[in-house]
Write a protein that binds this ligand. Structure first.
Ligand SMILES: Cc1cc2nc3c(=O)[nH]c(=O)nc-3n(C[C@H](O)[C@H](O)[C@H](O)COP(=O)(O)OP(=O)(O)OC[C@H]3O[C@@H](n4cnc5c(N)ncnc54)[C@H](O)[C@@H]3O)c2cc1C
Length: 434
């Protein structure tokens, strides 16, 4: 069985940026041939949230390469140049391209690594592989394709960049599978499946996704009545003022990582609102205007249920019945909806499930400054995490902010693990079907 230098789980922005960093490191004499395994059938960046008017919440200069290597051919500027749109983009006078355009940019970059990515397989488990000595020398990566067939590959190193998994609040968990209740991560797919008469809709959440979904529903031809349900007192904008934004600079990772955990936690709490429950100010203004206009018209179509907590969920043929506790009035009431959309964020711990067979070697799953999990001495593979180190590396970890620089750091750490001299790179993937 072929042994891969590196297997990357997922092929979203983090691992595309890593593919680029490794490619550019290879031309600088540090050969490392990765294979990426992506569960989607082809590249797509949060495809069910590619809403009509959605824009990036980060400067295009924080693309897959610029901050690590502004001369890279994989920059957003070079993408625009290749597509013949650079002068027109300049005339837009914006740092924030549409999400559609950024998705196209990411897909353009991903397409240049087709020979290094297997699409349509979900990694389900990574097992330790012992060889001659009683040490774990390799990793056995097990994945399942769309037909249910299992595949196994061996790797010397692993990078897990799987993004978040939808966070479904406890009350809603027994209703998984009910097509009237779904998470924002599958919004466009699942809203299209609702019957046309589904007009009473609750959106739970106070962040960018909740705000975008509210405005999207507001503009739909069947004119649904939407309740925006949130615990918060108001919708607050993200603070992207320049001094605050310094926490998203690559060198701020050193500041966070060098502190004791209690101090890191305090930093996360202090700046939590720069990233969570903080829609763009423009979007907040649009929502406010919608509510104002309906007051002018004297017709209550949508409701802004602030300081409301979901306390129970029941579902029957009449609809989904949410028990809501009004934290201001101290009152409980039940409201019937045709559908409930959970814009309730993401959890970032699924890597622990994938790596569970390795748990005896991984201690508390903490990562060093180079995003490498600390392991016991009898474990030689390096395992890196992207997007799951917020508590140790700071709030930029789940965003695009530091992707380019982080992948350069991981690339350098990987290069240091290479035996010398290294065998010629093998292009083709060789997997064993089991
Ligand atoms: C709607 C939305 C908009 C956003 N907008 C911005 C923005 O404007 N700016 C910003 O900085 N951040 C934004 N983010 C944050 C987002 O996390 C990053 O933009 C970026 O997607 C992180 O890249 P990633 O590769 O780490 O994770 P993801 O983009 O989540 O990619 C992970 C990939 O791994 C695959 N995968 C998962 N599990 C497995 C498995 N077991 N086996 C194989 N493949 C697997 C997934 O299919 C996916 O393709 C946004 C997030 C969302 C949800």
């Amino acid at each position: 069985m072929h042994i891969h230098d590196l297997i990357g789980v997922g092929f979203g922005p983090s691992n595309i940026a890593l593919a680029i960093a490794l490619e550019e490191g290879r031309s600088a004499g540090r050969p490392m041939v990765p294979l990426f395994i992506e569960r989607q059938p082809r590249f797509a960046w949060h495809p069910h949230m590619l809403l009509g008017h959605a824009h990036m919440q980060i400067s295009f200069l924080k693309d897959l390469a610029t901050l690590r290597n502004p001369c890279s051919r994989f920059t957003f500027v070079n993408y625009l140049h290749q597509k013949g749109r650079l002068p027109d983009f300049i005339n837009l006078k914006t740092f924030f391209p549409s999400r559609h355009e950024f998705n196209d940019y990411l897909g353009w970059a991903a397409s240049q690594f087709e020979d290094r990515c297997v699409y349509g397989e979900e990694v389900v488990e990574v097992r330790p592989e012992k060889r001659q000595r009683d040490e774990v020398e390799l990793l056995r990566v097990r994945s399942r394709d769309a037909d249910g067939a299992m595949h196994e590959r061996l790797a010397r190193n692993l990078v897990v960049s799987i993004g978040g998994t939808p966070n479904v609040p406890d009350h809603f968990r027994p209703h998984r599978g009910d097509t009237r209740i779904f998470h924002s991560s599958t919004y466009l797919r699942d809203v299209a499946r609702l019957p046309a008469h589904a007009r009473r809709i609750a959106v739970v959440g106070a962040g960018q996704s909740a705000a975008e979904i509210f405005m999207d529903l507001h503009g739909r031809p069947n004119a649904p009545q939407v309740d925006l349900v949130m615990r918060a007192r108001s919708i607050r904008p993200s603070d992207d003022s320049p001094f605050v934004n310094e926490i998203f600079n690559a060198d701020f990772v050193d500041v966070v990582h060098s502190r004791a955990q209690a101090e890191r936690d305090a930093l996360l709490r202090e700046f939590w609102h720069t990233n969570y429950a903080c829609p763009d100010l423009d979007l907040i203004r649009q929502i406010f205007e919608v509510f104002y206009e309906q007051r002018v018209a004297g017709a209550e179509r949508h409701r802004f249920l602030r300081r409301h907590e979901v306390t129970q969920v029941a579902a029957d043929t009449n609809g989904v019945h949410l028990g809501l506790h009004d934290l201001n009035a101290g009152r409980d009431h039940i409201v019937r909806y045709d559908a409930v959309i959970l814009a309730t964020g993401y959890a970032r711990d699924h890597h622990k499930t994938l790596l569970d067979p390795l748990a005896p070697y991984l201690g508390d799953f903490s990562a060093d400054r180079h995003y490498r999990l600390r392991t016991t001495p009898d474990f030689t593979p390096s395992i890196f995490l992207q997007g799951a180190c917020e508590s140790s590396h700071g709030l930029s970890d789940t965003l695009l902010s530091i992707t380019a620089v982080r992948t350069g750091e991981i690339g350098a750490a990987l290069a240091a693990t290479l035996p010398s001299p290294h065998p010629a790179p093998a292009a083709a993937d060789r997997a064993m079907s089991v």
